[in-house]
Design a protein around this ligand. Sequence first.
Ligand code: NAP
Length: 491
Amino acid sequence: MSDLSDKREQLVVERVPKGLLIGGKWRPASGGREYEVEDPSTAQPLCAVPDAGAEDAHAAMDAAAGAQAAWAATAPRERGEILRNAFELIVERQDDLAVLMTLEMGKPVAESRSEILYAAEFFRWFAEEAVRIDGGWKTAPDGNGRIWVMRQPVGPALLITPWNFPTAMGTRKIGPAVAAGCTMIVKPAHQTPLSMLALAEILGQAGLPDGVLSVLTTTRPGDVCGPLLSDERLRKLSFTGSTQVGRKLIEQSAGNVLRTSMELGGNAPLIVCEDADLERAVEGAAIAKMRNIGEACTAANRMYVHASVAEAFTGRLAEKLGSMVVGRGSEDGVQVGPLIDEAGRSKVDELVRDAVAAGARVVIGGAPLHDRPGYFYPPTVLADVPLSARLLKEEIFGPVAPVVTFDNDDQAIALANDTVFGLVAYVFTESLRRGVRYAESLEAGMVGLNKGVVSTPAAPFGGVKQSGLGREGGTVGIDEYLELKYVALDV
Ligand code: NAP
């Protein structure tokens, strides 16, 4: 690493406001508590941010409730323009924002930049949706009276985001909430607060009024979110994270019968049929596996490959993944960064060991890289993975591709659906008929047909089964932040 990139990195971190944003003011946590944010590629601290507690949560709730009525009354065009301004500012600052994200999260800068642009697109998309909130008007079936339906903002929303996509998981919630006219309290993951603080600053500069958005950074999520979820003024919870935590939050939301949106864990199958274009399948599998170092809810977690092409596919995938450069995300040419922390890496290691003990064969990789600081794990391909292996049932969240063979489509569909998760599934086939059958039979909220990436702001993103409730993005994304009100008219 050169001195220049060191200095640039320092500057990028220094520029981020290190405060809780409450009522338009940046302030320390009550009691002055702070915690250190770490660079996962060095295991060294980057800076300190406030460690919010219950008192700060109350203050943020006061700000959100206080700003709600005036915010809901703003013109849709004004809310849209704020989002559009924020979109422009993010695009303008994409380089610095990408370096910042890489420093706290680890992914290579090129991937961080893609996330920044993807994140910004949610603001552009919802800037356009803000002015399209419609309603209904009809004559009652018996001709007596009219039925008028309007859509209004749900009200103050708590938005909880994960560390793996620190900016995009925020804009996917903030975009529709702003467009709909909801005030917000955002709690980013403790590992990646800086990207959210930088985003909040941009939204202020884009014209978001004071109090509409609060940001609480904390290492005590229960202490901060518990009081918010039991506060009657909160009307909405949108959560992206693990199914385990999501389940707990749904229980906590029951007290106040909150509207909830849940974007939870995945266990995506990737199916390669005997008639697949192998080059396309290997490309798609590499992206579906390695995007975000495998730390994505959409990551291909289980690869089911027809027995007749399994050897060729596995060999080509191993060659492709094995050639990827592992290193610090800010260094030139690096394609695979570190995992988020030691707990994340240990889990990947444990799952690989379990599979190998059960009979899986290591084609490449297979053990953590302890020859450097940080939490590195190399791209790994496992063949002959037995169905009993834990990594076919649990999210791996790392760069490990387990390959299992199948003999016919019915078997592949049954294997793919044999999970409590249902976020996304990928299928590679050159037959339209077969592709349609898979798309209709797979229990998933999204299907990638000959494609390793499905995410786009223009489509409804979300899962079925224990992968979640509700959808983010597309024309339905804003519905999560709107309530229907029906007015019966006697005319
Ligand atoms: P996580 O442990 O569930 O944490 C997610 C967020 O919840 C973090 O902000 C975390 O805060 C917070 N949290 C933890 N315990 C909480 C509690 N008791 N009350 C309130 N908030 C609490 O998940 P993660 O490890 O950050 O993210 C990875 C998971 O997210 C994976 O399962 C992945 O599949 C899922 N994900 C899903 C989608 C999707 O769209 N479906 C997208 C991305 C990721 P702390 O950081 O302080 O623990």
